[in-house]
Design a protein around this ligand. Structure first.
Ligand SMILES: O=c1[nH]cnc2c(CCNCC3CCCCC3)c3[nH]c(NCc4cccs4)nc3cc12
Ligand SMILES: [Zn+2]
Length: 371
């Protein structure tokens, strides 16, 4: 089930509520990424503390380990991982396509070798829907082919048309399985505005509860991603959620919201945290930099997260240097809290009809650069 309520528009920025089987989410929203059924270094309680509304589960990894027979015993992913709010799962395709030893991709699906035990595995739209049905995620993603950003027009058109046929097959399998959740289609078309429109029209003809923008943040120059977002903004259907896959930096989130994006997922806040790259309102901090060794200040004076209200840069520098697990935990809490705060501020700014002012102030503050 998915009920979409649009509360307010401010330019292309939108403020909405998405009601799912495991609860309501307020958009624009950032979705922390859980890979093996956990958001690395975060407990479910930590996620509640930073007001996370919805998290991602990784279909490919969960399919391989622990395997569906385990998750089935728990009635799905929620009870297995102890998260009772909404979960979005991807199709598993993005991981498989990025596998180096991927054997072959055909119209039927994709055959590959399990990196864990060498088993020969096969992923198709129908199998992806079966896996995601067992996971019982609130939002299910169609199986698509993420077209490379540098594809030619002909290659991109051929690829998007296969993804549309896979979209059709995903929807039919989703319905045959009587899946009670919501299925999203994924727009492809690489860097060609006409192909992006062809893909979107094709998905709208098939009918989905939400629409995702795929094929971006895959190595193309940032101005190209922004050009595609500007092209898509006026085309996106007003009456359903828009999900930009794999994006992005704080600046990317703001640009996306300004162009009609409601939902985002990205590994940056969690992955960068573990590497000591911390996001703050006034720019980024590389905590491994020796300049922080004696610094008694918190990361960000304006931040109310557990790390900033209890610890100094000096301590975070030390924890990173000695490789303490607590360092990864505190850095992750801070980065995810920061992402949630800017999303909350954007929701409030759209509600108040002052998104442009907020956006200008955000960029001014962030312009201090990396520390
Ligand atoms: O067209 C696409 N189709 C399907 N998935 C895509 C993804 C994966 C989104 N995150 C899934 C998560 C599921 C749960 C586990 C973590 C991933 C993308 N990620 C990026 N950029 C970020 C990138 C990340 C890595 C290489 S590029 N562009 C993407 C484009 C597509
Ligand atoms: Zn903080």
């Amino acid at each position: 089930m998915l009920n979409f309520t649009l509360h307010k528009k401010d330019g292309y920025a939108r403020r909405a509520t998405v009601e799912l089987n495991h609860g309501k989410i307020e958009t624009p929203v950032f979705m922390p990424v859980g890979t093996y059924g956990s958001v690395k270094a975060m407990t479910p309680q930590n996620l509640h503390d930073i007001n996370a509304q919805i998290i991602l589960g990784n279909t490919y990894h969960l399919w391989l380990r622990p395997g569906l027979e385990v998750i089935e015993q728990f009635g799905g992913l929620h009870d297995f991982i102890g998260w009772n709010k909404p979960i979005l799962t991807d199709s598993g395709g993005f991981q498989v396509f990025s596998l180096s030893d991927m054997r072959k991709l055909t119209e039927e699906g994709c055959t590959f070798k399990s990196p864990i035990n060498g088993d020969k595995l096969f992923l198709s739209p129908e199998i992806s829907m079966q896996i995601q049905t067992v996971l019982n995620s609130d939002i299910v993603m169609q199986l698509d082919e993420c077209t490379e950003g540098n594809a030619s027009h002909a290659e991109a058109q051929k690829s998007l048309q296969m993804s549309l046929r896979w979209a059709e097959r995903s929807k039919r399998a989703f319905e045959d399985l009587r899946n009670p959740n919501a299925l999203f289609g994924i727009i492809q078309g690489a860097m060609y505005e006409d192909l992006r429109e062809e893909s979107l029209r094709g998905l709208e003809d098939i009918g989905f509860k939400g629409i995702a923008i795929g094929g971006l943040s895959v190595g193309e120059p940032k101005p190209e991603m922004y050009r595609m977002l500007r092209a898509l903004a006026p085309m996106l259907p007003e009456n359903k959620p828009h999900y930009l896959m794999g994006v992005g930096t704080p600046e990317d989130l703001v640009y996306g919201v300004a162009h009609g994006v409601d939902m985002f997922d990205c590994v940056m806040p969690t992955r960068n945290a573990r590497n000591g790259w911390l996001f703050t309102r006034f720019g980024d901090i590389k905590i491994k930099n020796a300049k922080h060794r004696h610094d008694k200040r918190p990361l960000d004076e304006s931040c109310t997260c557990y790390a900033c209200t209890h610890f100094s840069r000096a301590y975070l520098y030390h924890l990173h240097k000695v490789g303490e697990i607590l360092g990864a935990q505190l850095n992750t809490i801070h980065n995810l809290h920061f992402y949630q705060v800017i999303m909350q501020e954007m929701r409030d700014a759209i509600d108040a009809g002052r998104f442009a002012d907020w956006q200008a102030q955000f960029h001014e503050n962030r312009a201090r650069g990396t520390d």
